[in-house]
Design a protein around this ligand. Structure first.
Ligand code: NDP
Ligand code: OXD
Length: 306
């Protein structure tokens, strides 16, 4: 069996060592143009040439949960596209989002600024019932996040494509229920995949439907958000703030308005990092299952785009 590794912006050696240790019978190499065709690819945003040179590759294991970059390419029709299915990301995402919700709800930025100026001052406690948290996307990450936020007794609502029943979460589904979901949310967390249907979903028309004083947490993809619409709603006061982890262009360009906006908190696409050992273990388990002819979880539907 031959495995080709293709991820330009990372150190390949630890990945190769981990894959070789777990699959000693396999030949595992970094891809370079003209390399022998492989049975499996372990990839993040490979060049089109990688796919053109191996039209019979059996499966591509995406080094991430979101496959939007991979689906931009011409992937051979019979090749399975397999995404990371949690692999240590849901706990990170839950802690990141809970932190962002709590920082906003408890006004910790105000306290920090005040204490830095020597001010010992209290703010009126807010009511949890006035801070419903809406989670867009109730998949592997969204469900874990919804349950984690609910642990702090915030009202939690969720929205997905297909109907769900999740304890402690009022669930909405489909486009028809999007307005009701937005109207029931004050803090909005985006955990959708980036698809033709979800690109630009965080725009003036949708964000304006959040309860006044709303707060946006985008941890999915930058292209979900229409940047100018967010700025307009922050400046009008309809939205109180935003925590953004993902951007249309990454790294965020130095001149972008987001850098200096007083109501925006930024992080560099770090809310849930790919954990190498967990990811290798998951991919190897799936390669072995495929070799035995068994079905695997995490296969991307090309029709749905995630
Ligand atoms: P899943 O595929 O498990 O979940 C996606 C969810 O979105 C599902 O609940 C799905 O509905 C819902 N959904 C998809 N399309 C629509 C739609 N048109 N309308 C309503 N709901 C929709 O993905 P994950 O939870 O694993 O990951 C989500 C995203 O998070 C990734 O695609 C990636 O972009 C992002 N991510 C960001 C990271 C970061 O560090 N910032 C790290 C990891 C992931 P249904 O359940 O009905 O199918
Ligand atoms: C992912 C990501 O999709 O890190 O896994 O954004």
């Amino acid at each position: 069996m031959r495995i080709s590794f293709c991820y330009a912006d990372t150190k390949s050696e630890p990945w190769l060592a981990g894959l070789r240790a777990a699959l000693p019978q396999a030949e595992v190499e970094v891809w370079s143009p003209g390399a022998a065709p492989a049975d499996y690819g372990v990839v993040w945003a490979p060049p089109q040439q990688f796919l053109d040179e191996q039209p019979h590759i059996r499966a591509l294991f995406n080094i991430g949960a979101g496959v939007d970059a991979l689906l931009q390419l011409q992937v051979p029709a019979q090749t399975l596209i397999v995404r990371l299915d949690d692999a240590g990301m849901s706990a990170q995402m839950a802690e990141f989002v809970c932190h962002a919700v709590i920082r906003h709800f408890r006004e910790l930025d105000h306290y920090e600024a005040g204490m830095n100026q020597g001010q010992w001052a209290f703010r009126k406690p807010r009511l949890r019932s006035d801070c419903p948290v809406g989670i867009m996307g109730l998949g592997v990450l969204g469900q874990r996040v919804a349950q984690a936020v609910a642990q702090f007794d915030f009202p939690v609502v969720g929205w997905s494509r297909s109907p769900k029943a999740i304890e402690g979460v009022r669930c909405f589904a489909g486009e028809a229920q999007l307005p009701a979901f937005l109207a029931a949310s004050k803090v909005l967390v985006c955990l959708l995949p980036l698809t033709d249907e979800t690109r630009g979903i965080l725009r003036r028309e949708t964000l304006a439907q959040l309860q006044p004083g709303g707060y946006l947490i985008n941890v999915a993809r930058g292209a979900h958000l229409v940047d100018e619409d967010l700025i307009a709603l922050l400046d009008s006061g309809h939205l109180a703030g935003a925590a953004l982890d993902v951007f249309r262009q990454e790294p965020l360009p130095a001149q972008h308005t987001f850098w200096k906006h007083p109501k925006i908190t930024l992080t560099p696409h770090t809310s849930a990092r790919t954990l190498r050992d967990e990811s290798i273990a998951q991919m190897v388990g799936k390669i072995m299952a495929l070799e035995r002819g068994e079905p695997i979880a995490g296969v991307v539907s090309r029709d749905k785009g995630y």
